[in-house]
Design a protein around this ligand. Sequence first.
Ligand code: GDP
Ligand code: MG
Length: 435
Amino acid sequence: LSERLETAFKQVKGQGRITDLNVAATVKEIRKALVDADVNYKIAKEFTDKVKDKATGEKVINAISPGQLMVKIVKDELAGLMGGEASELVLKGNPAVILIAGLQGSGKTTFSGKLANYLKLKKGKSPLLVAADIYRPAAIDQLKVLGGQIGVDVYSEPDTKDAVQIARNAVKEAHSKNKNVVIIDTAGRLAVDEAMMAEVAAIKDAVQPQEILFVVDSMTGQDAVNTAKVFNDRLDFGGVVLTKLDGDTRGGAALSIRYIVDKPIKFVSSGEKLDTLDVFYPERMAQRILGMGDITTLVEKAQEQFDAEQAARLEKKIRKNQFDFADFKQQLEQIKKMGNIKDLLGMIPGVGKAVKDLDISDDAFKGIEAMINSMTPEERANPDVIDLSRRKRIAKGAGKDVSEVHQFMKQFDQMRQMMKMMNKMPMGRMGVPRG
Ligand code: GDP
Ligand code: MG
């Protein structure tokens, strides 16, 4: 029997549809996976609620593979949440001034180098890098080394202790040297602090950048969201750069940041090499979040689990000889939803031979349902109480002749006998956990 069940549900799974129940189970798994991938719980919940609505919608009813479809819905929703389309860098003005802000160690200096390289090679620009981090003596050297590697000039004033002044002078320098993009690499602190915010806001006021990019380390997870919010409140930045995606990070921060500050992620950076800067594609990030959170597998597992649970419940009832009209009706409903009645009917445990041989047509099938519908819940649960007067009532209610009710009752009884016999076969009980 267990082998039968296994085959039956395997096939059901293949041709199945998304039901409310397996959606609920799946969505719960997805939510857990998102939270594990550093997505804020509230966002994850709101997101999965949306997925749930979509999954239970009209379109998915005839899905060929519910698992795959769920994955697609999740992926599309994720991509949509992150902006759908890639978002362009603002390069207006001559020079176009780009201000880089973020915490210390987030990857600002490295990104500045990558961006300069990208603009030079991919956009044919002539950038000027500006070392406006006046607190760490090594900062200027770091930028100079990067500039040297990509052949981009670096503007610095080692003795000036005023980042705003340096930024202003750098823009003048760009004018005189025909640089059409100025990338200002600023200082950061280990945590958000007022002095840093005031300084970077002052630079913004002084040079009126066309673009402000907030750089954030994707490994910082939930913290990244809070930091993004503070920076955005102060700077109203134009875009986000997600760095260190080469590490063991799940990218959930991308989702949360986009959601909380409603600013596009414009670049993703992975690795310390200068040519590892990528324009942010929501679709790809969705794939990554799905992949890293292993949502694809989770979705499939959740579906399997649902099928297995249902099968186990049914199997238990059959084993105790408690299979009744209510179970039968439930099975019929399942089958109806899946269409293709004749093929699927044989998958009901025990029904196979007894009913398949009778070559039940769709109409007969409807008749059976009508008869079960005419039964009281008590009758469904205890088929034995259905005497002649009840049969007459059922026939009337279903618009059938009482002989048809007799026949159906007889078939149902045969089916139950067969289940009983199968229960006695030791082989049939192998492999299914007893409950
Ligand atoms: P800043 O303090 O914001 O200027 O950060 P830095 O650019 O100096 O980067 C801090 C550290 O992170 C350095 O050791 C970088 O080499 C490293 N780093 C920056 N970006 C990435 C990245 O995308 N991937 C990896 N693995 N390391 C990075
Ligand atoms: Mg730096």
